[in-house]
Design a protein around this ligand. Structure first.
Ligand SMILES: NC(=O)c1ccc[n+]([C@@H]2O[C@H](COP(=O)([O-])OP(=O)(O)OC[C@H]3O[C@@H](n4cnc5c(N)ncnc54)[C@H](OP(=O)(O)O)[C@@H]3O)[C@@H](O)[C@H]2O)c1
Length: 332
């Protein structure tokens, strides 16, 4: 049995999803010879540490009751650098202004010889090359499947399953909120403002929807894809971005009469990075509805491969994180 110790930094929807998944997959993990032990968990209120392995059920319950994982707030050590463990799971909020606190957490993990698995796209959309170099310099692994497409294993597919292929281009829908809004507008012939309000009430859109509807979230994900797949050094500022705020029900209706839908498409090819609403034939593989995400990858040997699935959600995102944790456990 291989013991792998990890910390979870950020205990919101994703961090708690990871803890739930580790609990529910206990027998599966043991069957595959892996003893996953969470030795530290932190949120904005403090941290819980137990080098023998935290009682996850207890900490999830405490978080629900008190709002924090911390049993006491007085701890004078740094969880990432001072507590001995193998993997830092970084799941703090995305910040695309300076990447913090995720950027500092990831660099600190690398410097103290720890692998990083993350769902936090901010640091990668700003400093991908710097992070990759820091991981390489310290001889540790850097995995970020959950940053793009939630549950969809896009990086895994390209880097592992399609190894040997040259990726010629990639296009897709990488934001579930805008896809939901466009789908509802088209199906119900409703105006943008009304559907946005409904999406906010359902918790599909944020109170401040700017990042989603202006295409910024999609642009961040496209940059991470391009940097990872094509070895580019782009930041989200290099993306030509148009959001969905100006799309009218009339435009969607006209498209529909001609057997098209309008989708917010991300595209990376020939060094160009574009996020913009585009006409897509109704029966095209990119024409997925609701909050679904989709990625279509054009390669030289395999041709075109398209995958779609849930782009967000606590357990769905934890699926990608768990897969990355297992990759690290097997390859380190
Ligand atoms: N939710 C999804 O479906 C999804 C999908 C893909 C990627 N992501 C990305 O994954 C990350 C986490 O998302 P989420 O939905 O779990 O966000 P969330 O629910 O807002 O949780 C964020 C967590 O980070 C904690 N935090 C904030 N500042 C911190 C600090 N300085 N040190 C330690 N913890 C800190 C928060 O503490 P408090 O609890 O005390 O506020 C909270 O527990 C984000 O970057 C997001 O973009 C999310």
């Amino acid at each position: 049995m291989k013991t792998v110790r990890l910390s979870i930094i950020g205990f919101g929807a994703v961090g708690q999803g990871v803890a739930q998944s580790i609990l529910s997959k206990h027998d599966y993990l043991h069957k595959h010879g892996i003893d996953l032990r969470v030795v530290g968990i932190s949120d904005s209120g403090g941290c819980e540490v137990d080098t023998g392995g935290i009682d996850l059920k207890k900490v999830i319950a405490r978080k629900k009751q008190t709002g924090t994982v911390a049993a006491d707030s007085e701890r004078d050590f740094d969880l990432i650098s001072d507590v001995e463990h193998d993997i830092v799971v970084e799941a703090t909020p995305t910040n695309i202004k300076d990447g913090e606190p995720g950027l500092g957490n990831m660099l600190s993990a690398f410097q103290s010889g720890k692998h990083v698995v993350t769902s936090n796209k901010g640091p990668l959309a700003l400093c991908f090359a710097e992070l990759k170099e820091a991981a390489e310099d310290n001889g540790v692994l850097f995995r970020y499947e959950a940053t793009v497409g939630g549950a969809i294993p896009i990086f895994n597919l390209i880097h592992e399953a399609l190894a040997g292929n040259k990726v010629i281009g990639i296009e897709g829908i990488l934001n579930g909120t805008t896809n939901y809004i466009l789908t509802r507008m088209a199906e119900e012939r409703l105006p943008y403002e009304l559907v946005l309000k409904e999406a906010q009430e359902l918790g599909i859109a944020e109170a401040d929807p700017t990042y989603d509807v202006e295409g910024i979230d999609s642009a961040c994900k496209l940059v991470i894809l391009a940097n990872s797949i094509f070895g580019q050094c782009a930041t989200y500022r290099d993306v030509d971005v148009t959001g969905i705020t100006k799309i009218t029900p009339e435009a969607l209706e006209l498209a529909s009469k001609n057997n098209y839908v309008i989708k917010l498409i991300c595209e990376a090819s020939d060094g160009r990075l574009i996020v913009a609403p585009r006409l897509v034939p109704k029966r095209h593989p990119l024409s997925v509805g609701g909050t679904l995400n989709v990625a279509s990858i054009l390669t030289d040997l395999a041709g075109r491969i398209t995958i779609s699935g849930k782009g967000a959600g606590s357990i769905e995102t934890a699926s990608s994180i768990l897969s990355d944790i297992l990759y690290v456990a097997r390859n380190s």
